[in-house]
Design a protein around this ligand. Structure first.
Ligand code: F0G
Length: 352
């Protein structure tokens, strides 16, 4: 039976006999062949669907490790800043480990599904008028003076847990892909994947991919080479103007001969609709940034015809139902009469 990441990858993680082996059976997510998009783009494209983790995002991988280490070190409470997914994962794993979670979120800029999760898992929720970068600065300061463990990705155990996704990609494909495409917000995940690919290659000779990271244009600090004071994007998950792992992300890009580029909100929403409508995979807007980037890079020749590409779908589409409904532009047919429905279907089916 699969029992979660700490057991699965114990020998590759900083686990000691004193580490509590907490688990929600996170990890082990599917690598879904995106057949229709592959055909359209002329590449072999897979989606690493991290939205199927227990709290619906990749954050569970890093959080299980960070919370286990916090408990091992005697913490009774954890704290994080979040655009939503980190807070959901922190709240769930805190509950699991019997500690208290404090989560600090930007007021009004977090998707409803994520807020619902933090409430349900029983976190203490603090909303601030500022953005994620300001929230992160606040919790970093607070963790210095208060008896709480900071579980943002500046905590190195987070990246340790998150690197396991790269292990899985190599195991699922038999080797690393040519290109790993990934959204970039606070830049922890791209750094964790690169660490994972390097470690797995050292042990199993699975080769190394080129890392192609994508920031939202209104929050593209690394691309522009400057802190963005007021980041804006429809992809609230990656609405971050001063990424904490900036340097590590640049190292991943340079060592792998990859890229970090920007995608517009329009490109993000186009990719967001496309992967659901063409290949049946519903991801959140922040996650669609990686697919938007793949489409952009195929056009620009930065991804070559026939290459094997894995695009990381970091979070589940159900996290953000408001965006799904408002960006859909789809008519909902209201009918109360069975005959009316029968006719509607008959007319539709006749056109197939
Ligand atoms: N995709 C999703 C769905 C995210 O929630 C995040 C980050 C990212 C991508 C970017 O990953 O920060 O490692 O570069 N969300 C954080 C949060 C900031 O608070 O949930 P990153």
């Amino acid at each position: 039976m699969y029992e979660g990441l700490l057991k699965q990858y114990r020998e590759y993680l900083p686990i000691t006999d004193a580490t509590p082996m907490i688990s929600l059976c996170e990890g082990n997510t599917p690598l879904i062949p995106l057949n229709n998009l592959s055909k359209e783009l002329g590449i072999t494209l897979y989606g690493k669907y991290e939205g199927l983790n227990p709290t619906g995002s990749f954050k569970d991988r890093g959080m299980v490790m960070a919370v286990a280490k916090a408990v091992e070190e005697g913490a009774k409470a954890i704290v994080c800043a979040s655009t939503g997914n980190t807070s959901a994962a922190a709240a769930a794993y805190a509950t699991r480990a019997g500690v208290k979670a404090y989560v600090v979120i930007p007021d009004g800029k977090i998707a409803m599904g994520k807020l619902a999760q933090a409430i349900a898992y029983g976190a203490d929720i603090i909303s601030i008028p500022g953005n994620f970068d300001e929230a992160l600065k606040a919790v970093r300061d607070i963790a210095k003076t208060e008896a709480v463990a900071l579980v943002n990705s500046v905590n190195p155990y987070r990246l340790e847990g998150q690197k396991t996704a790269a292990f899985e990609v190599c195991e699922q494909l038999g080797q690393a892909p040519d290109v790993l495409a990934i959204p970039v917000g606070n830049a922890g995940n791209i750094s964790a994947y690169w660490k994972g690919f390097k470690e797995w290659h050292e042990v199993k000779q699975t080769a190394l991919p080129r890392m192609h990271g994508f920031e939202a244009e209104g929050a593209a600090a690394i691309v522009r080479g400057e802190v963005i004071e007021a980041p804006e994007t429809v992809a609230t998950a990656i609405r971050i103007g001063n990424p904490a792992s900036w340097k590590l992300a640049e190292a991943a890009r340079d060592e792998s001969q990859g890229y970090i580029d920007a995608v517009t909100d329009e490109e993000i929403l186009d990719a967001y609709r496309k992967v659901a409508a063409m290949d049946g995979v519903f991801v959140e807007p922040g996650s669609a940034a990686s697919l938007a980037g793949v489409i952009q890079h195929v056009k620009a020749g930065k991804i070559k015809p026939g290459e094997t590409v894995v695009t990381v779908f970091t979070g589940n589409g159900l996290k953000d139902p408001d965006t799904a409904i408002h960006e859909a532009n789809v008519e909902i047919h209201k009918m109360s009469d069975l005959e009316e429905m029968r006719l509607h279907l008959r007319e539709g089916v006749a056109q197939l």
